[in-house]
Design a protein around this ligand. Structure first.
Ligand SMILES: C[S@@+](CC[C@H](N)C(=O)[O-])C[C@H]1O[C@@H](n2cnc3c(N)ncnc32)[C@H](O)[C@@H]1O
Length: 247
């Protein structure tokens, strides 16, 4: 089961004299499915792999969390891959525009005894008895100084053998390499039908809101939190996904 296509993203098409800071409001939620697929190379691949990670690592009688669940694409991938395991799925997002749509998307396929969607800040949310936790392009929106605490909280909430899947836009230490990937990503977005104006206006809106970090920071943070095994399993241009297991 996957999300329906939704409306086409035209939010940054018209020239804006003053660019407002990017927010996950009603306007964004109404086009988000189209926006993320046309902005993140490999997004759909990552979603289907979240399903396979869930199939391999979800444990009987535990919780699976999708933190920053948006419209529920990863939540659906988790729900669809539990086979006969008795797990409870919890999606969390602090945008009510997202959680209302997420609730209605999931209800089309699953009954409400299997999952619960909370409109809540993931930093305040209590997490427990988890075998799978997904942070799919969400950590990059959390204040940098607060990321360590969130990853530690996730580690504490996992049962032995539990896994975290963390996907992020990434930075490269080498400025030339960074620019190379930024330019190719720009080309990717143009190939998806976005104009130069749309790309540059959205980039300005996201500045200081989406704050990427180098791969080394992510791996170090995962290790510091207690994960003894943490690896990057996916990279396409300046987008990556990490997989960490609690032993
Ligand atoms: C890029 S989207 C995530 C995409 C989604 N995980 C997926 O796979 O389709 C980031 C989401 O994180 C949510 N978010 C950002 N900061 C949050 C926070 N502190 N607590 C809860 N949700 C947050 C936003 O509202 C947004 O829906």
């Amino acid at each position: 089961m996957t999300l329906s296509k939704g409306s086409e993203d035209k939010l940054f098409m018209a020239y804006q004299k003053k660019i407002q800071q990017f927010q996950f409001d009603d306007a964004v939620a109404s086009v988000f499915s189209d926006m993320i697929k046309r902005s993140v190379p490999g997004y759909e691949n990552i979603i289907s792999m979240i399903g396979l990670f869930t199939q391999a690592h979800a444990q009987q009688g535990t919780n699976c969390y999708d933190l920053g669940c948006s419209l529920g694409a990863s939540t659906l991938a988790i729900l669809g891959n539990l086979e006969h395991k008795d797990c409870f799925i919890i999606g969390v997002d602090n945008s009510s525009a997202m959680t209302e749509r997420c609730q209605s998307n999931l209800s089309q396929f699953y009954d409400s005894t299997k999952f619960k969607i909370y409109c809540e800040d993931i930093q305040n949310m209590e997490l427990e008895n988890a075998s799978v936790i997904v942070l799919n392009f969400t950590l990059q929106f959390i204040n940098k100084s607060e990321r360590n605490d969130l990853i530690k909280k996730i580690y504490q909430a996992l049962v032995p053998g539990g896994v975290l899947i963390l996907s992020e836009k990434i930075l490269f230490d080498n400025p030339q390499k960074n620019q190379l990937f930024v330019d190719i990503h720009h080309g990717f977005k143009k190939a998806q039908g976005y104009s130069d104006l749309e790309i540059s206006q959205k980039r300005s809106a996201l500045e200081n809101t989406l704050v990427p970090e180098p791969t080394s920071n992510h791996l170090q943070r995962l290790n510091n939190a207690g994960f003894t095994q943490a690896d990057m399993w996916f990279q396409c241009l300046n987008f990556a996904s990490f997989f960490a297991i609690k032993s």
